[in-house]
Design a binder for this molecule. Structure first.
Ligand code: AGP
Length: 606
């Protein structure tokens, strides 16, 4: 995916732009470039390959200027080479662009007929000549408005102008773009990662907005050119991330943050205007992938197990899941048409990294889903999909688990649609349903009081069972893991249909059993399994969704009802009460919630 940086300052900007481009390397790219305004001229330096090579070229010519834009490009239109690298410039305008201009061919034809000469094969270059043309008869703002009206498709833009030596224009439609505020300087960036090394105060543009950024002033405009205000968000800077704020524990904070982290992640990947998913740089063609292998550890492994159901329902791909510590020693049959996806919150888990390294050695197709984009797993993956959750401090993974599930689901929708396994109507419907997920997660947080009254029965129990079918089975595993790692209570997650093949013998009078049974396709079968354990004395906590329909079963000890949603999205909601059950059980037992015994946040050893 491409990345944009822009800086307007009282100081020289080229080295700061280069350093910020390095923060965007995780997005995957094949060329890089920078342009600054100095002494009345646009000075452009570009190269194929890494930002390091760009840095060398820039230092050779001592690139001056206190206004500039930079870009890392993942080729969509036009080969990955220096000519096609961004910025693209005319005498008077220089542009960096993320996204795809869908009507670039028509616009190029119109501009060539007007006498404009094109140097590259990119769609972006049409923007350069369009703005150059409009500036001949219009002021800056009107030229921008006219250009934006002409463009079809998705874009995030950064533009500098020869005759406007102190400003940068930014514009967004479908591809994220943010403004950062600094001392005597202001910034433009594709995401918060690009800006957080320079500032912790940012505003996000919404689709259709544009902005004019000066070193001491930022103005935002809507698609009609009306001035608008934008909220200034405080990026949780390092010290804040490492503060609990009003919470007793990081885990409590991170559970409560989940509506926000889901919203941020949806904002990063979903183009609300075009109801599209912003994964434009998928480097493999439809027929190059016929199977997927998901590899991870612990909670991240559980997110992969859920994704297997999604991939099986929404694509025709063969999907396998493996625990990294098993995969790395297995006699694997490596397949060139298999996409190996590595999921890791920390991006440093030794077993997961070793599995990735093994695939890289066999020249396999790899991508990773991480929370730490500067991590080893991210650095060594061909493609990285961040989960945008902010640092997760509590050893027990909560918000990162939901983030992993969300990015896996988004990736599954995108791949299913690209392969035409998923039709446009269903694709659009499912994207739309993601827009309300944050609210649904927020409503699920309200199970607080009920959980606190229930957890006594767990803290005194010899052991507990968690049962589910379909994608509720990995949630059962995750609920059991949470109770084990936080309250040190033996707990088993099991496929509900599998109980009769042995584990039913464990059930005795008063044993707490959590049954996860939202009204999905597995519901009726799971309820029957629930009756089997109730008949043998189990105290069942049923996690299901709100409904007027009676549950045909007596003697349910407790019931927690989650919101209604698309069946696919139930796992996001059934997880929340289980996170809280483990948290309050550990709290009751007086254990160290953020640092449970024997555990580490990132297991960097075998
Ligand atoms: C989950 O609560 C644990 N913290 C643990 O299972 C964790 O998910 C596992 O160690 C994987 O870590 P990673 O996501 O950083 O790779």
């Amino acid at each position: 995916m491409c990345g944009i940086i822009g800086i307007t300052s009282t100081k020289q900007v080229s080295s700061t732009i280069i350093n910020s481009l390095k923060k965007l390397e995780y997005r995957g790219y094949d060329s890089a470039g920078i342009a600054t305004l100095y002494d009345g001229f646009i000075n452009e330096v570009k190269c194929e390959g890494r930002v390091d090579s760009l840095e060398k070229n820039v230092s050779k010519i001592n690139l001056l200027g206190n206004v500039g834009i930079g870009h890392v490009r993942w080729a969509t239109h036009g080969k990955p080479n220096t000519v096609n690298a961004h910025p693209h410039s005319s005498e008077t305008v220089s542009v960096v662009h993320n996204g795809i201009i869908e009507n670039s061919t028509i616009l190029k034809k119109f501009l060539v007929e007007k006498g404009y000469k094109f140097k590259s094969q990119t769609d972006t270059e049409v923007i350069v000549h369009l703005v150059t043309d409009y500036l001949k008869d219009n002021n800056l703002k009107d030229s921008i408005l006219k250009m934006l009206k002409k463009l079809q498709g998705s874009f995030a833009l950064g533009i500098i102008f020869k005759d406007q030596p102190d400003l940068i224009v930014g514009a967004r439609r479908g591809s994220p773009l943010a403004v950062g505020y600094g001392p005597n300087e202001n910034y433009l960036g594709s995401d918060s990662y690009a800006l957080k090394s320079m500032t912790n105060k940012i505003s996000y543009l919404d689709d259709g907005d544009f902005c004019i950024i000066k070193k001491d002033q930022v103005d935002f405009f809507d698609s009609k050119g009306n001035k608008i205000n934008k909220k200034v968000l405080k990026l949780s800077s390092n010290e804040q991330n490492y503060e609990k704020g009003d919470y007793k524990h990081f885990m409590a904070k991170e559970i409560e943050e989940q509506p926000t982290t889901i919203k941020n992640c949806v904002n990063e990947y979903i183009d609300k205007i075009n109801n599209e998913i912003n994964i434009l740089n998928f480097p493999w063609k439809k027929n190059e992938i016929s199977s997927i292998k998901l590899i991870a550890c612990g909670t991240a492994y559980h997110s992969c197990l859920i994704a297997k159901y999604w991939f099986e329902q929404l694509t025709l791909l063969d999907v396998e899941v493996d625990i990294a510590s098993e995969f790395r020693y297995r006699r694997n049959r490596f397949k060139t048409d298999c996409l190996y996806i590595f999921v890791s919150q920390s991006g440093e888990t030794a077993d997961t990294y070793a599995a990735l390294d093994l695939c890289n050695k066999h020249k396999m197709k790899t991508c990773s889903i991480v929370n730490v984009v500067e991590s080893s797993i991210a650095r060594d993956s061909k493609l990285v999909f961040p989960i945008h959750c902010g640092p997760e401090i509590g050893v027990a993974s909560t918000k990162a688990f939901l983030g992993q599930m969300l990015v896996l689901y988004i990736l599954c929708l995108k791949i299913g649609y690209l392969r035409k396994d998923l039709d446009k109507k269903k694709y659009n419907l499912k994207i739309k349903s993601l827009l309300s997920l944050s609210k649904l997660v927020s409503n699920s947080l309200s199970t607080e009081n009920q959980i606190q009254s229930i957890c006594n029965s767990f803290t005194k129990a010899k052991g507990a069972m968690f049962l589910g079918r379909g994608y509720s089975f990995p949630i059962a595993l995750e609920g059991a893991l949470k109770l084990k790692e936080l309250a040190y209570i033996h707990a088993e997650g099991y496929p509900a249909g599998e109980m009769k093949h042995g584990p039913l013998a464990l059930i005795e009078d008063g044993m707490p059993v959590v049954v996860i049974a939202p009204r999905d396709e597995y519901y009726k079968k799971t309820i029957s399994n629930m009756q089997e354990v109730i008949a043998r004395g189990a105290k069942v906590l049923l996690i299901t969704n709100k409904s007027d329909e009676e549950i045909y079963s007596e003697n349910i000890w407790e019931k927690i009802e989650i919101e209604n949603t698309e069946e696919d999205l139930f796992p996001f909601l059934t997880t929340i009460p289980l996170q809280k059950l483990a948290y309050y059980s550990a709290l009751k037992k007086g254990y160290d919630i953020d640092k449970p015994r024997n555990l580490a946040k990132s297991v960097t050893v075998e």
